[in-house]
Design a protein around this ligand. Structure first.
Ligand code: AMP
Ligand code: ZN
Ligand code: FE
Ligand code: FE
Length: 275
């Protein structure tokens, strides 16, 4: 059984449509189970489910929520929750609006540095996405010839502290774990030790997150080296949390290190998570 529990479609910052993603999962990556986990949005679920039913692959309906804890960005995966739970919907709206609303400030800062990108340029890149995020701004910079690839925008322009960086709203981590659980879902911390969040996500913090309802830790992810994976696996074993592994696929928006099926979740862990 090949199980990948973290992927993005063009409803956030991936490049495959939800149906294309599901087809690629089955036919290219030979997955048996794939989760669609777009940033802060469930708008791809219906299309993905219809295609999954048509071709006979199991879809897990998910999301990756942008949260914050002690000033650090933490991504929270939610699975199989009620997508109409009012409080959760309201919180996701706040995150999406925060992303859209900072856009003019980002474009102003870019312009101050001679990079001329319009709201229309960004909209042309975000297309069907639920909001326009930094990757879409990066894509507009590529389209206008300022940089060669999306990743370059995160090297001095859009990364935290970059020339055109503007903060946005992120949901409070502990309350968001509780929200996902209140909506009937399962909660897993995504790539907990990438980009600064290793400073705030200690074993002690995982213990308190578990008390708030956390179900698992995404251990096997490209952003974690072998020592981090060993330590995270030990923390999960101590607390009896589920261990997942996933690709964080973004289509052509990320390198082939993030290809579908690059990292997998064990079948018994999926059973524990969703059973
Ligand atoms: P946003 O939610 O609009 O602030 O954009 C965050 C998204 O940008 C993340 O989910 C990643 O997909 C991408 N991203 C953030 N930091 C980096 C980075 N340093 N390199 C490449 N992509 C990044
Ligand atoms: Zn992303
Ligand atoms: Fe993430
Ligand atoms: Fe992701």
């Amino acid at each position: 059984m090949r199980i990948d529990l973290h992927t993005h479609s063009n409803r956030s910052d991936g490049t495959d449509s939800p149906a294309e993603l599901v087809r690629n999962a089955a036919e290219v990556a030979r997955l048996d189970v794939v989760a669609l986990t777009d940033h802060d949005a469930t708008t791809g679920w219906d299309e993905a489910q219809a295609e999954a039913d048509r071709i006979g692959i199991r879809l897990v309906r998910g999301i990756e929520i942008s949260t914050r804890y002690q000033g650090e960005s933490v991504h929270l995966l939610g699975y199989e929750f009620d997508p109409e739970h009012p409080a959760l919907v309201a919180e996701l709206r706040r995150v999406l609006d925060g992303r859209d609303n900072r856009l003019p400030d980002v474009l102003r800062k870019l312009a101050e540095h001679g990079v001329d990108i319009t709201l229309e340029d960004v909209a042309a890149q975000s297309g069907d996405a639920a909001a326009s995020g930094r990757p879409h701004i990066a894509d507009a910079m590529v389209a206008k010839g300022y940089i060669a690839h999306r990743d370059e925008a995160f090297n001095g322009w859009l990364n935290t502290g970059g020339r055109a960086y503007v903060d946005r709203y992120a949901a409070p981590l502990f309350a968001t774990v509780e929200l996902v659980k209140a909506a009937g879902g399962r909660a897993v911390v995504a790539h907990p030790w990438s980009r600064g969040s290793d400073r705030v996500l200690s074993a002690d913090t995982f213990g308190r997150l578990q008390e708030a309802g956390l179900d698992g830790i995404e251990v096997d992810h490209h952003d974690h080296g072998a020592p981090a994976r060993d330590q995270l696996r030990a923390i999960a074993a101590d607390l009896d949390l589920v261990v997942t592994g996933s690709s964080d696929y973004h289509g052509t928006g990320k390198s082939s290190a993030f290809r579908l099926g690059a990292h997998l979740t064990a079948p018994d862990q999926l059973d524990r998570l969703l059973g």
